[in-house]
Design a protein around this ligand. Structure first.
Ligand code: ADP
Ligand code: MG
Length: 255
């Protein structure tokens, strides 16, 4: 039997209204609901609920994708015992994302391999799941993109895009020193984010060495001032997890 006209029209309307889950499920759910002797409102309720749940899932996937995480990391794979210097209670509190509503920043300071990127990603991923707009950059990536945007006269546009986020992760400050122009562009981002967009910054540098990377004492002072006005500082001063990991693997092999 060919499809009856009403369903053809219905499917057309559902497509136009952009309700893909309802389109996909209205028929099978109608059969189930009629078996369960549910009335029309109950059927409609179930159908719209499914659309809503799917829509939220699709939006979350989009947010995660547009955040551009290098790798997705979560807290359940983080071994706090291996890094006792990290304040676990504070990390768990920050996972709620309330610091973002308060426009506070987070700063991770510590040597390479101490879990700074892992924890930043976990916090940013949680923020994504909570419906927040997040973007992950390494500092050098960000500065390169800003310089490119500037050359193409797109700097304002890019700055505007950055401002539309709730949280920016700036990973690895201090690994590469900046040119004067680069330092100024980074400063501009931090300055515009002040009291508007939360920042998570990771660095291997103690504050007193920031001038070396930024190149200017005045700029460093102004940047630190904004960054640390409302900040949670987490210091990871344990040994490198990578080193520990490979050392343990070596030991096992020798046994
Ligand atoms: P950093 O950014 O401080 O250099 P990373 O976060 O990149 O360090 O950590 C290096 C690697 O070790 C990553 O694969 C990370 O997932 C892992 N790692 C670091 N610390 C821990 C930890 N305490 N528990 C589990 N994995 C860890
Ligand atoms: Mg890192």
């Amino acid at each position: 039997m060919s499809k009856k006209k009403p369903t053809v029209l219905l499917e057309h309307y559902l497509k136009q209204l952009k309700l893909p889950t309802m389109l996909q499920e209205y028929a099978s759910l109608a059969a189930t609901c009629s078996k369960e002797r549910l009335d029309y409102p109950a059927y409609l309720l179930r159908l719209t609920e499914r659309e809503l749940i799917d829509r939220e899932r699709r939006a979350a996937e989009r947010r995660v994708k547009s955040a551009r995480f290098p790798v997705i990391k979560t807290l359940d794979t983080f071994d706090f015992k291996a890094q006792p210097s990290i304040n676990q209670t504070l990390i768990r509190e920050l996972m709620t994302g309330e610091y973002i509503d308060r426009h506070e920043n987070i700063l991770f300071v510590g040597n390479s391999g101490t879990g700074k990127t892992h924890l930043s990603s976990a916090l940013a991923f949680a923020a994504c799941s909570q419906g927040r707009r997040v973007r992950f950059f390494t500092v050098s990536q960000l500065v390169t993109q800003l310089r490119e945007a500037q050359e193409e006269r797109q700097l304002q546009r890019m700055q505007g895009q950055l401002e539309r986020h709730d949280l920016l992760v700036l990973d690895e400050l201090g690994y590469v020193p900046f040119s004067k122009a680069g330092a100024e562009l980074l400063f501009e981002v931090i300055s515009r984010a002040y009291e508007r967009t939360s920042l998570i910054v990771t660095t291997n540098l103690p504050f007193e060495n920031w001038t070396e990377v930024m190149g200017s004492e005045r700029l460093t002072g102004a940047m630190l001032d904004r960054l640390t006005h409302r900040v949670h500082i987490l210091e990871a001063n344990g040994e490198s997890y990578r080193l520990r990991d490979s050392r343990q693997r070596l030991k096992r092999r020798k046994k």
